[in-house]
Design a protein. Structure first.
Length: 270
């Protein structure tokens, strides 16, 4: 039963547009009566959503959350490492990838310039504060509201005199990030170091990933508008497509147990 439901999800995930029961019958060779029962179970547990008045179906938000927030760092990194390498080549600064998971933002991958004569900033991996780091600011600004609750700290840490910690000023800055589409950390964690980040928007979840560049302030700041933002904006679109393309099949494999458990309670009713 669970294997049939997973194959049904794979068929819907692979379709270019919302699918009908007739479409699924052709794609899976499963009788329509069985499909109706399976679809009803998947809709009830949130793994499918109805569209077009209930006549067609897409992957549900619950499934998308499991597939993307539970997806391993390795899968995401493999999907976008070449994009980050191109960003480094085009901009000449360290590029980074961040993700939201478990109520916090982590830097999960970094690509550095290959030119041995060029100095660069290595930001390190791990948690990043949403009030002070560009990678986390931009995620906080654009992520779906129901995933943002635990991201902003009640008592944010002041790293230096440049760090903004007042809640109203933090919210004001996030509003500006949403307006302009990017976030900047200008010496707020380390003086003399500036980073710029843009959201990687994932269907219906918002920006659960971000990417950006970091370097010495005297090199980053003069080039934000002319070179850095055009590059990041273009590459973020490619990164979103790469992450979403690889997410479903791999997540179905790596998260099979989680999905089975999530579906078990609703399916007992059928």
């Amino acid at each position: 039963m669970q294997e049939r439901l997973i194959r049904l999800l794979e068929s819907i995930a692979g379709a270019a547009q919302p699918v009908s029961v007739a479409d699924l019958a052709r794609m899976t060779d499963v009788p329509r009566a069985t499909l109706y029962r399976n679809i009803s179970a998947l809709v009830e547990c949130g793994f499918l959503d109805e569209t077009e008045g209930g006549s067609r179906y897409v992957l549900g938000m619950r499934f998308v959350k499991i597939a993307l927030t539970g997806k391993s760092d390795v899968h995401v990194i493999n999907a976008v490492s070449a994009i980050l390498q191109k960003t480094v080549k085009d901009v000449g600064e360290t590029a980074f990838l961040a993700r939201y998971r478990g109520g916090r933002v982590d830097l999960i991958h970094i690509e550095i310039p290959s030119d041995p004569s060029l100095s660069y900033v290595y930001p390190g991996l791990g948690p990043r504060p949403a009030h002070a780091c560009s990678s986390a600011k931009v995620i906080a600004a654009f992520i779906a509201a129901d995933l943002r609750d635990d991201l902003l700290e009640a008592h944010p840490l002041r790293f230096n005199a440049n760090t903004v910690v007042a809640p109203d000023l933090i919210e004001k800055e996030l509003t500006q990030v949403r307006r302009y589409g990017y976030a900047v950390c200008d010496g707020e964690m380390d003086e003399g170091v500036t980073s710029v980040a843009v959201p990687i928007n994932v269907d219906r979840l918002g920006a659960i990933f971000s990417m950006g560049v970091v370097g010495p302030s005297h090199r980053i700041k003069p080039n934000v508008q002319s070179r850095i933002l055009p590059t990041l904006t273009e590459e973020a679109v490619r990164a979103a497509a790469a992450i979403q393309h690889c997410s479903v099949v791999e997540a179905e494999t790596t998260n099979a147990a989680a999905m089975a458990q999530a579906m078990s309670t609703p399916l007992e009713k059928h």
